[in-house]
Design a protein around this ligand. Structure first.
Ligand SMILES: NC(=O)c1ccc[n+]([C@@H]2O[C@H](COP(=O)([O-])OP(=O)(O)OC[C@H]3O[C@@H](n4cnc5c(N)ncnc54)[C@H](OP(=O)(O)O)[C@@H]3O)[C@@H](O)[C@H]2O)c1
Length: 348
């Protein structure tokens, strides 16, 4: 057990989007390794909650049907809650382009409802999940997550003398998550594909496993002062190397970049570098606005110290010095496969 174990001790924790990939892994980690008093899953679909109830037979679990768009219900769900993890989101890039207002309602209005409910219920700490697509966004999904990041960061100013503090965790693609490239390539191969579609041989992405994402969120609950965007140092790979790792020797068909896609993803934009701190294993983008009560972000809640980055620094998957070899990608996929098969094993 780590130095962060005490953060959940005897606490009530609510996770919006608790039935999703992140949510289920987070809840399992909490129940197995930490000692929460109560864990509340907040999401819309009753079937996913029913399935989760079969999977997690634990008297500390509670299930609330509700929509983050519904301010009143979100308020009610947060009564007597100490810690909130906000993972609920619409996250499919093309769906967001076709249904922009739906994405805005969930990812932006929903974020503000979560903030208001946390403030009104005197919640202690809130962490919202973000994505690399929110950095210099070019698609609506990324733009809504950037707006959400801004709402959570600035909420610390509204909080004033209240105890509620808000931070954001931003990371890249989760290996093996639903709709991502690994299951997509595997499906094509199962269907007998003789070549794999690759957008562009140069395209790169950041990668994180589900458990790494969960652990990073949990540690940052202890690190946070409020107002930080926490960015983990994680590896990148070329998508073409990902294809090679999954199906060695199979030809690639170059299909060209799709609408809303970038060649390389960014997690710390160059324009944010002057207010970003580097720690051993992560970066912290500090607020661009000055708060009424300004925390000392250079020393975090665990006592670790960060140093200011130079102007012009950019944390991009294209220039990331940590690039995975084909063999390393294979190992990463094998580890993430264990994560997903354990999720589905425990579901059945
Ligand atoms: N997966 C990735 O590669 C990745 C990468 C970076 C960041 N992220 C971020 O990580 C977070 C979690 O992602 P995930 O992969 O776990 O997503 P996911 O598997 O799609 O789960 C999303 C969850 O949100 C719930 N939800 C959706 N709309 C809702 C609403 N209006 N009100 C309440 N609940 C709602 C869903 O349940 P119902 O449908 O039943 O409501 C589900 O529990 C998201 O914020 C995402 O932006 C994901």
């Amino acid at each position: 057990m780590s130095h962060t174990a005490g953060v959940f001790e005897d606490k009530s924790v609510l996770i919006t989007g608790g039935t999703g990939s992140f949510g289920r892994r987070f809840v399992r980690t909490l129940l197995e390794r930490h000692n929460p008093k109560r864990v509340i899953v907040y999401s819309r679909d009753e079937l996913k909650q029913f399935e989760m109830q079969q999977e997690f037979q634990d008297e500390r679990m509670r299930y609330f049907l509700g929509d983050v768009r519904d301010a009143e219900r979100t308020q009610r769900a947060m009564r007597d809650v100490d810690i909130v993890i906000h993972a609920a989101a619409l996250k499919q890039v093309p769906a967001a382009e076709y249904n922009p207002m739906e994405c805005i309602k969930t990812n932006i209005i929903g974020a503000q409802n979560v903030i208001n409910a946390a403030l009104d219920n005197n919640v202690g700490r809130v962490i919202a999940l973000s994505t690399d697509k929110a950095a210099n966004p070019i698609n609506l999904y990324g733009a809504t997550k950037l707006a959400s990041d801004k709402l959570f960061v600035s909420a610390n100013n509204i909080a004033g003398h209240l105890r509620t503090r808000f931070s954001v965790v931003r990371y890249g693609n989760v290996v093996g998550s639903r709709g991502s490239v690994v299951p997509f390539f595997r499906k094509l191969l199962r269907e007998g594909a003789q070549e794999l579609p690759v957008t562009d041989e140069r395209m790169t992405r950041f990668w994180i496993t589900l458990q790494q994402g969960v652990d990073f969120v949990i540690t940052n609950l202890s690190r946070m002062h409020g107002g930080e965007i926490f960015v983990p140092k994680i590896p990148s790979s070329r998508i073409s190397d990902m294809a090679e790792a999954i199906a060695p020797g199979i030809p690639h068909k170059i299909v060209g970049i799709r609408p809303g896609e970038k060649l390389h993803e960014i997690m710390v934009p160059a324009d944010d570098a002057h207010h970003t701190l580097e720690f051993d294993l992560h970066y912290v983008i500090t607020p661009s606005i000055i708060f009424y009560t300004q925390p000392n972000y250079a020393v975090d809640g665990l006592g670790d110290k960060g140093v200011k980055l130079g102007e012009g620094f950019e944390y991009s998957s294209g220039t990331n010095p940590w690039i995975l070899s084909v063999d390393e990608i294979r190992t990463m996929i094998a580890n993430s496969h264990d994560e997903y098969s354990s999720l589905s094993r425990s579901q059945s």
